[in-house]
Ligand binder design. Structure first.
Ligand SMILES: [Zn+2]
Length: 270
């Protein structure tokens, strides 16, 4: 049982130790909107159990911030809720879902049974740039925005305007080096710059401590440093080993961001 923290009026976050992941809830009058669904049906059932400590209302709407397994593999147990995501979130789940399943099993063999249970169930409501989602018909609503490529090609943010809260997905991550494996490090700084412009209060990252505008600005600056260092390496101004020591991240975690950024500069990600 994890605790819920109210980060804005009737907007709650719970932080699970597994992957240090945040799951968000926006309460309406007759139903609930859930932000992300975790890695498996069992983990989704844990969310459901924890939700009962908060509300008796049903989950009417789910939002997937992007198509990584820990944000959408728990979708299916929340049906018949409608599930929202970026149009390429569906593409990502359909084209990489099985690979993500196998990759996670290889990394955490103890989760094999749990992951084989997962029925991939991508969003059925999609958009390209913006969408307004009503939690109750005619009642409370949230805004979904696609701001550009960053952590993936389908990250979105969820704005709760009447509570000054933004769920930022993995476009920002606190307390650990962000995951660059599917990222677009050259685009990421500008995407987070657009994110910063929309922040009015709390910023809930996909993983780690809830932050504020200053936190998002720091993340933007770090992404800029990575992109800039990759450009210097790509131009032959400095070597990769020197660049690794100059990123904002621990040296043993810095190679992946830089190599991904250089791959993007060479046009290998398009
Ligand atoms: Zn992710």
């Amino acid at each position: 049982m994890t605790a819920w923290t109210e980060v804005g009026d009737r907007v709650f976050v719970t932080r699970y130790p597994f992957y240090d992941q945040n799951i968000g809830v926006v309460l309406g009058d007759t139903s609930v909107l859930l932000v992300d669904t975790r890695l498996s049906h069992r983990q989704a059932e844990e969310i459901k159990a924890d939700l009962r400590a908060l509300t008796r209302l049903p989950v009417g709407v789910v939002v997937n911030t992007h198509g990584h397994s820990d944000h959408c593999f728990g979708n299916h147990p929340f049906r018949p809720a409608t599930i929202w995501g970026h149009e390429r979130c569906v593409t990502m789940i359909e084209s990489t879902g099985e690979r993500q399943r196998q990759g996670t099993i290889a990394a955490i063999p103890d989760l094999a049974n749990e992951l084989y249970e997962v029925v991939l169930d991508p969003p059925d409501r999609v958009f390209a740039e913006t969408a307004t989602v009503e939690i109750d018909p005619g009642g409370r609503s949230v805004e979904l925005r696609y701001l550009g490529r960053g952590h993936t090609d389908n990250d979105i943010v969820v704005l709760v305007p009447d509570a000054d809260v933004m769920f930022a997905g993995d476009l920002v991550e606190a307390d650990a080096t962000p995951f660059f494996g599917d990222g677009f490090p050259i685009d990421w700084p500008e995407t987070v710059e657009r994110l910063v412009e929309l922040v009015t209060g709390a910023v809930v990252p996909g993983h780690g401590s809830v932050g504020d505008r200053a936190f998002a600005v720091r993340q933007m600056a770090e992404f800029r440093e990575v992109a800039e260092l990759a450009r210097l390496v790509d131009a032959g101004v400095i070597g990769i080993d020197a660049a690794v020591l100059r990123t904002p991240y621990p040296a043993d975690a810095a190679m992946a961001p830089l190599t991904r950024a250089m791959a993007q500069l060479r046009g290998e990600l398009d």
